[in-house]
Design a binder for this molecule. Structure first.
Ligand code: COA
Length: 329
């Protein structure tokens, strides 16, 4: 008997209501709408309320994905949370989320520190776990970057926003099938992007806290830019080759939304027409692990994805990690 396809059976999202525009940043920092727009394409981003935590964002996105799948939290068999801004470092956000959702005592864990590639990696892991055990797995990408970043560092803080997206992965005749996935890591590049203070290598001390080093994002901007373009393009080609498909077969590319220039450069390398590439970085900024599920959700809500469409997700993040995945809706 043919098995039901494994893929996405529900999608959800949560965006905080508060909008921070480039003009708002220009009132606090030596920057301008013109500089931010020209270098990044970002016009505004969402910021969580002071009384919200990562868990609040994650739970809202998760609930909408579970409802979209026509399920309840009791139907879940596993929870994976991709985040670099966890509720607490220990225990992980997934433990809090399992309890908040009212799920059973199911396996729940975080993919932390994989930067913005975490959600796509989570989908790939979920696919394997569903195939192995016929499970229903919630995958969440959530980031509350505004809480951790240094609001005086104009190089970094203007890039980011808060938000959460989620998907339920399962086996169902109506699933958006995961056709293929690929992921990789170049651990020689751990120094180009990340938040190093707080672990065992650079422990959290009063001296470091006074210099706000715990909020410092280390980012070699142009190096990250080049790696991002190279890795996202290569991962896209690789995942298509694994599925025996070509770029001509793709209806929509949903790339990690870090910077409009990075997205355009990937489009150029892959020779994609602009209308085949989904962009929301102008409105949301870089939402880290939440960026891909938020963009996928918005693309679907905007009617950019039709039944039968082939959708390519491609992402990169601190590590240096990358991951790409193909979906047949
Ligand atoms: N407003 C105004 N000026 C700024 C600024 C800001 N917010 N941030 C930096 N500058 C200044 C710099 O100080 C520099 O001035 P100088 O020439 O006098 O030293 C100048 O603008 C150019 O800075 P540079 O860093 O060379 O700009 P860039 O064209 O490389 O763009 C990034 C910077 C960060 C936008 C770009 O490198 C990038 O997007 N990299 C990828 C980052 C990324 O995606 N990170 C997240 C990954 S998940």
């Amino acid at each position: 008997m043919a098995q039901d396809p494994i893929g996405l059976i529900g999608l959800g999202a949560y965006l905080p209501e508060r909008v921070m525009t480039n003009a708002d940043w220009a009132q606090r920092l030596d920057t301008s709408d013109e500089w931010i727009t020209r270098r990044t394409g970002i016009k505004e981003r969402r910021l969580a309320r002071d009384d919200q935590t990562t868990l609040d964002l994650a739970a809202a996105a998760a609930e909408s994905a579970i409802a979209d799948a026509g399920l309840t939290a009791q139907d879940l068999d596993e929870i994976i949370v991709a985040s670099d801004t966890p509720e607490t470092y220990s225990p992980d956000t997934a433990a809090f989320l399992q309890h908040r959702l009212g799920a059973r005592e199911i396996t729940s864990y975080d993919l932390g520190g994989s930067g913005c590639a975490g959600f796509v990696l989570g989908l790939d892991i979920a696919r394997a776990r569903v195939r192995d055990r016929r499970r229903t797995i919630l995958v969440v990408g959530v980031e509350l970057l505004s809480r951790l970043m240094d609001w005086t560092d104009r190089h970094a803080c203007i890039l980011f926003g808060d938000g959460a997206g989620a998907a339920v992965v399962g086996a169902s005749p109506r699933a958006a099938r995961i056709l293929a996935a690929t992921a990789g890591t170049d651990g020689s590049q751990t120094d180009i992007l990340g938040c190093p203070v707080g672990g065992t290598r650079y422990p959290f001390t009063l001296e470091r806290a006074e210099k706000r080093e715990h909020q410092k994002l280390v980012m070699k901007g142009s190096k990250v830019f080049k790696e991002a373009v190279t890795r996202m393009s290569a991962a896209s080609r690789q995942v298509l080759a694994e599925a025996g498909l070509t770029l001509d077969d793709v209806d929509l590319v949903v790339p990690h939304q870090a910077n409009q220039r990075i997205i355009q450069a990937v489009g150029q390398v892959l020779e994609l027409p602009e209308e085949k590439v989904f962009v929301n970085v102008d409105r949301l900024g870089n939402t880290g692990s939440a960026s891909i599920p938020l963009a996928l959700w918005q693309a679907r809500e905007a009617g950019r994805i039709k039944p039968g469409d082939l959708v390519l997700l491609t992402s990169f993040g601190a590590g240096f990690h990358w991951a790409a995945l193909l979906l047949r809706f």
